[in-house]
Design a protein around this ligand. Sequence first.
Ligand code: FAD
Length: 277
Amino acid sequence: MIPFDFEYYKPISMQMAVDMFQSLQKQGKKPMYYAGGTEIITWARTNSISPGAVIDLKSIPECNVMGIQRDKLILGACVTLSALSAANPFPLLSETAQGAADQTARNKITLGGNICGRIYYREAVLPLLLTNSHMVIAGIHGTRETSIHNVFSQQMRLANGEFLVQILTDRDYLSLPFVHYKKRQIGNVGYPLVTVAALKKDNQIHTAYSGACSFPFRSIEIDQALNDTSVPLAVRIERAIDNIPAPILQNTEGSASYRKFVLQQTIADTVSILERR
Ligand SMILES: Cc1cc2nc3c(=O)[nH]c(=O)nc-3n(C[C@H](O)[C@H](O)[C@H](O)COP(=O)(O)OP(=O)(O)OC[C@H]3O[C@@H](n4cnc5c(N)ncnc54)[C@H](O)[C@@H]3O)c2cc1C
């Protein structure tokens, strides 16, 4: 049960959503954008958040687009993870999406909600970091398009009242050789010990990680270490791990030392497979 009352709004255009946010904020209602609601409901039940109003983005047409236009894959922020996997326009993203939660939850969880959420893992962002995707963002000054690297650093960095509308990915990336591993403590459902998504472009391996530390990331230094074939693979992996941008995560899913061990094995498998492709 959610232990407080809140107002619910469902705008049908980007402008309406942005205007509602501004107006509700002026009234002191601490509005939040709402997509699948899985994280908002979880936090609200435990009183970790208490918005006075939520603005459901799912009736905004631009947020529900999924298709190729002018050599780019366009994915609306409100496309669910299960719809994404079923349509499969981007196999690495489909596989990553399929690794999150179970089918029932994936029917609700949206691509935008996963990327903009606060829970550490945000696994759907990994393929988007690897493909230098672009984000379309709506705010009081209209919409803007920018590289994911300008707005996603550990987490989405949106200005007050902005929301994610779409993600654009160059078509050339969609069919590159890829590897995706999700290692859990136990079973097939649940948050990761380590998730590695990787692809190979122009004979170089590019990798991105979730679960290794308290935020998902891609690191140029790690990729440089892994692509340095002048040294043995074990050395490349050790150098890669030295470049993880924050302390290795330690929580109920696993200790830092166990995570490091799993990460070493997973990187070894990733590099071995992609070097043969
Ligand atoms: C049982 C279960 C298991 C899970 N396992 C995993 C897992 O292993 N790996 C993983 O990565 N995820 C996992 N998740 C999903 C994750 O924890 C979040 O619950 C989910 O990603 C939130 O998506 P949502 O669409 O429901 O977002 P919501 O709950 O609607 O919103 C989440 C946050 O994002 C903001 N937001 C939503 N959409 C937008 C937008 N378009 N623009 C700006 N801000 C926005 C909201 O304001 C809110 O702060 C799991 C979820 C469940 C329920």
